[in-house]
Design a protein around this ligand. Structure first.
Ligand code: PEP
Length: 246
């Protein structure tokens, strides 16, 4: 049985004044030692957040595939680690859309992060059109195939976040059977591709997870945690989700 991972994605939210909220989330998470908890914050906040909550997992939201060089505005895995991050999100749908990130680019980012020793939460998910056409599973598996690193099993851990685009920030959530079907398909694909190493990869659900629906989502087979956006910004919303995972 895999330990559950509940990771918050703060997106473009968070100023110095919010460090106190991060401290509260870290402190209150200690009451749930059976759950791994992380917060992925804006790059500029990583170092201050990591310093203010020693021992708590702070992550980035993106990473460049190169170690260093002429890449204005980007951060490498080594830089994130140096700032105190222990993981990063890659391939979030907001970046795939707005920054036109391809599966190949996401794969390169994931590989670079894992090779440097940075944990990865790799996001995949279908649009509403695709879901309505009945092509959600095949589309998400194709995205997974194109985005997965060639090999896993090193020190740094890979997790997959299944995030239907139409459920992110909308309050809409797939049915229990839709989540179960997708997570089972992802689990089989990881098993086929990586064998025993694939069975250690946690599959998170993401998209409008809230205190009110978290327990039901965590009870679904092959849901090994959650990636949480809006409800991760306040300890009052996020900690009940951590508690539901416990
Ligand atoms: C996300 O952006 O990863 C996400 C799941 O957002 P929300 O929880 O707000 O839907």
């Amino acid at each position: 049985m895999l330990r559950k991972l509940v990771a918050g994605n703060w997106k473009m939210h968070g100023l110095s004044g919010d460090l106190d909220e991060i401290r509260q989330i870290a402190d209150q998470s200690r009451a749930y030692p059976a759950v791994d908890v992380a917060l992925c914050v804006p790059a500029i906040l990583i170092e201050r957040a990591a310093r203010s909550v020693p021992g708590f997992a702070i992550g980035g939201q993106d990473v460049h595939y190169a170690e260093k060089g002429a890449h204005t505005g980007c951060e490498s895995a080594v830089m994130l680690l140096d700032a105190g991050a222990s993981l990063t999100i890659v391939g979030h749908s907001e970046r795939r859309e707005a920054q036109r990130e391809t599966d190949q680019l996401v794969k390169e980012k994931a590989q670079a992060a894992l090779a440097a020793g940075l944990g990865v939460i790799l996001c995949i998910g279908e649009s509403l059109d695709v879901r309505e056409q009945g092509a959600a599973v095949q589309t998400v598996l194709a995205q997974l195939d194109g985005s997965l690193p060639d090999s896993i099993g090193g020190e740094a851990e890979l997790a997959i976040a299944y995030e239907p685009i139409w459920a992110i920030g909308t309050g809409k959530v797939p049915t229990v059977s839709e989540i179960a079907e997708m997570h089972a398909a992802i689990r089989r694909r990881l098993d086929d591709r990586f064998g025993a190493d694939g069975r250690k990869v946690r599959i998170l659900y993401g998209g409008s997870v809230k205190p009110s629906n978290a327990a039901e989502i965590f009870s679904i087979a092959d849901v090994n945690g959650a990636l949480v956006g809006g409800a991760s910004l306040k300890a009052a919303d996020f900690i009940p989700i951590v508690a539901a995972a416990s």
